[in-house]
Design a protein around this ligand. Sequence first.
Ligand SMILES: [Zn+2]
Length: 235
Amino acid sequence: MANFKTHLTGGFAVSGVLGLVTYKAGLVNAPEFLMCVLAGTVGGLLPDIDSDNSTPIKMGFDLLSLATAFALVIHWRSELTLLSMILLWIVGYIFMRYAVFSVFTKLTIHRGIIHSVPYMLVLALGLTCLNYYLLKTSSIVSWFYGGFVFLGSMVHLGLDEAYSVDLMNRRLKRSSGTAIKFYNDSQRYYYVGLYAILMMFIFISPPFDPFFRKISDPVTWWLLKESILPEVLMR
Ligand SMILES: [Zn+2]
């Protein structure tokens, strides 16, 4: 299993590069770009959030609370004075860090289930829905935030998988099974519940079509090419 620092670096590097690509392609603006990188970095820490080691849990909670506080402030930045923005930031942070997460820790006694693909999909879709329905973010940007959380978490699972295999491609004995997990028979009832929640989220998720059309639009990629190559080469 990869350690905390590796996950932090991995999630940040991948979402940083991809975030920059989406920003350069004109898909997100500057604050949204920062949120995407933050979402991807937090996503890279999420699968270990219930691990025995207290560092990932605490750091993950802190980062997620920080992200929430920033999301609130960025969302209402044009309507609020500086003082009320600071207040909103503090209230948002304290609410997430000490109210939401104390409930969350009580619910995650069943270790291992979080370290799975469906759980990460639920969290990513949850963030997408939260942005779209509560914060009234556009469906495209909401999908980007959810997408980045999912991307970060998949980098995490991929790193764990890579670290469980030695250079000879033999699986190290300490890690049993694969890190990229979809189901575990000994926790079948939890997985059934988890997939039911996932279905519900897929059902209520914001329209995917505008997002898909935007990223598959040739103009997007043309803009990206324009902004990557130096002007001299374009002539
Ligand atoms: Zn892990």
